[in-house]
Design a protein around this ligand. Structure first.
Ligand SMILES: [Zn+2]
Length: 100
């Protein structure tokens, strides 16, 4: 039996064995280990239904364990969020480089 094709009895297709696939590497230094950090996204209160109170919403991201660069998939998503903020000219004074 092909062990890729065993499913967990849920009928939703094969269970994938991630260990046999290549590791994602840090695109800055090539490290294979990542660790989870939290980024706080500021959501305007009017959008979150919280009146004028902004909400700091925690979003888990993976950063390189060696050089602390945010993994590319997460970085792309975060850049989209930061562009959204630029386009809306909400808080230019609060922008700064994302240094982790
Ligand atoms: Zn790295």
């Amino acid at each position: 039996m092909n062990d890729d094709l065993m499913n967990g009895g849920l009928g939703r297709g094969p269970v994938i064995n991630p260990l046999k696939y290549p590791s994602v590497k840090c695109d800055n230094c090539g490290e294979e280990l990542f660790e989870e950090k939290i980024i706080l996204k500021k959501i305007p209160g009017v959008i979150a239904g919280n009146g004028t109170e902004d909400i700091n919403y925690p979003v888990p991201v993976l950063v390189c364990a060696k050089c602390k660069t945010i993994e590319k998939t997460y970085r792309d998503l975060l850049e989209k969020g930061n562009k959204y903020q630029e386009n809306n000219e909400v808080s230019k004074s609060q922008q700064g480089g994302l240094i982790i």
